[in-house]
Design a protein around this ligand. Structure first.
Ligand code: PDD
Length: 275
């Protein structure tokens, strides 16, 4: 399968970027991950709107129009199986390594498709860790060193995700948003600079509200989170995934909960209707 780089579709091995690219030197860029089910991208418009927001957040504008992005995504879709399309825009290569943004650089635009691994239906384990990231987590920046190190800390403990905690409140996972069921109500932290406005998160909220299930966006103190009946993480590549063990203790009965079963069915149904 081909990848997209700066207006061309070419084999991955032939895709080359300058070592002076500010994405490489500074992590100066943003990205998107769009899930594709049955050959149809999920919520493409919302992903492109968020990309515009991320670009604005780093003083850039989109180098491609909506129609051009849609064309790139369409051409990277490979067959009917679940997959994702990755989009990345970096500021491009400056004349030399300089932190300040040089005038007149041309952005580097890269995109590729990847298969999505099946989601483990038995649920996953997670740990909580201090959210050491910066304060602009609403920007989907490629600068992911904290996320990488925190996720590895989780992996070292046999866990699939680290749930991050800032000022005693849960923010999100290293690459996912979080939900909890507390006293029968589905809760997720409100949008703001401390977390990425997840497309899956918004979809899950919409689906549960349409179903009449009680749901609220509110801050979740760690102690409440740790005692939740259910915990789920959501992302474009992991759908709605139950967390069955948190910090070595079972969540609820230690198996995927009843509310998750309903919400997961709603999500699967939404996927099927895309096709
Ligand atoms: N990550 N929070 C963070 C920090 C993320 O990196 C992601 C997604 C999410 C979930 O957002 P969405 O539902 O729009 O995928 C929340 C992608 C999948 C990644 O980095 O691979």
């Amino acid at each position: 399968p081909l990848v997209y780089l700066n207006g061309e579709f070419l084999p991955l091995e032939q895709a080359r970027v300058s070592v002076l690219d500010r994405g490489f030197l500074f992590g100066d860029g943003v990205y998107e991950v769009i899930p594709v089910y049955g050959g149809q991208p999920l919520r493409l418009e919302e992903h492109l709107t968020r990309l515009d927001g991320s670009l604005r957040g780093i003083r850039m504008t989109s180098p491609l129009s909506r129609a051009e992005w849609a064309e790139v995504v369409g051409r990277l879709i490979d067959g009917p199986d679940d997959q994702s399309v990755y989009l990345q825009v970096t500021r491009g290569a400056g004349p030399a390594r300089d932190h300040a943004i040089p005038a007149g650089v041309t952005p580097t635009v890269f995109a590729m498709g990847s298969p999505i691994a099946p989601v483990p239906l038995a649920g996953v384990r997670a740990i909580t860790l201090d959210d050491i990231r910066w304060r602009w987590c609403n920007i989907k920046a490629i600068t992911l060193l904290p996320n990488v190190l925190l996720r590895q800390e989780a992996a070292d403990k046999g866990c699939a995700e680290a749930v991050l905690v800032r000022d005693g409140r849960v923010t999100e996972g290293t690459a996912s948003n979080v939900f909890a069921v507390i006293e029968g109500v589905i809760v997720t932290p409100p949008k703001g600079p401390e977390l990425l406005p997840g497309i899956t998160r918004d979809l899950v909220l919409e689906l549960v509200q349409a179903e009449g299930l009680p749901a609220r966006e509110r801050a979740i103190p760690l102690d409440e989170f740790a005692g939740a009946e259910e915990i789920w993480i959501t992302s474009s590549t992991r759908e709605v995934l139950p967390v069955v063990e948190l910090d070595g203790r079972p969540v609820g009965r230690g198996s995927p909960g009843r509310v998750w079963e309903r919400v997961s069915a709603l999500y699967q149904d939404f996927k099927r209707r895309l096709k």
